[in-house]
Design a protein around this ligand. Structure first.
Ligand code: HEC
Length: 162
């Protein structure tokens, strides 16, 4: 094809695209930063990006029953008693499982990170916060529930993520 024909073809293509765009049904809309924010889940090594806020075991328990118990036995069920995911009892203090499934130490922030980002490992897939529809407050409450001492989940202590 000569350069001239190429140029014509390009012009025709551009025109065609313009026409196609004009005819497109009005599907979708521009994405605003506010739309992106809930999906922007990058967590820095220093913990920046983790949810903040305060939670209590008492508020975490019903959220766990509603959103987590289908895949995780209710605490206090040991790690080895799996449903879809592991049992989560004594998650911060289980000598048989000193680290979380992502090999990080079981600190509240690292637990919050799993709830935020989800995790796929040898057992299966833990959904992320979007899939589990968790707010920051839900995450704080759930972490409080999971890290509170076994048998004392409703002690009413409060817990700060940061
Ligand atoms: C669809 C099933 C499913 C749901 C729903 C789910 N999880 Fe999970 N979760 C998993 C699986 C599977 C794993 C293990 C992933 C692996 O390592 O293979 C896991 C891992 C975890 C871990 C890490 C455990 C450890 O010992 O390191 C935590 C904490 C956790 N889930 C908490 C929750 C909480 C809290 C909820 C409710 C908001 C929840 N999960 C909902 C499937 C699920």
């Amino acid at each position: 094809m000569s350069t001239r024909k190429l140029a014509l073809a390009a012009a025709a293509l551009a025109l065609g695209l313009g026409a196609a765009r004009a005819e497109t049904p009005n599907l979708g809309r521009p994405i605003s930063p506010a739309d992106i924010a809930p999906w922007d889940i990058t967590i820095m090594p220093d913990g920046t990006g983790l949810p903040t806020g305060s939670g209590t075991p008492a508020q975490g328990a019903p959220i766990f029953a509603q959103k987590c118990a289908a895949c995780h036995n209710n605490p206090p069920t040991p790690f080895d008693q799996k449903l879809v995911g592991p049992g989560l009892a004594k998650i911060t203090d289980d000598p048989a499982h000193p680290n979380l499934v992502n090999d990080k130490p079981p600190t509240p922030a690292n637990i919050a990170e799993i709830l935020q980002n989800g995790f796929t490992g040898p057992i299966g897939t833990m959904p992320n916060r979007q899939a589990n529809a968790l707010s920051d407050k839900d995450i704080a409450d759930l972490v409080a529930y999971l890290v509170s001492p076994a048998g004392d989940y409703f002690a009413g202590c409060s817990f700060d993520l940061q």
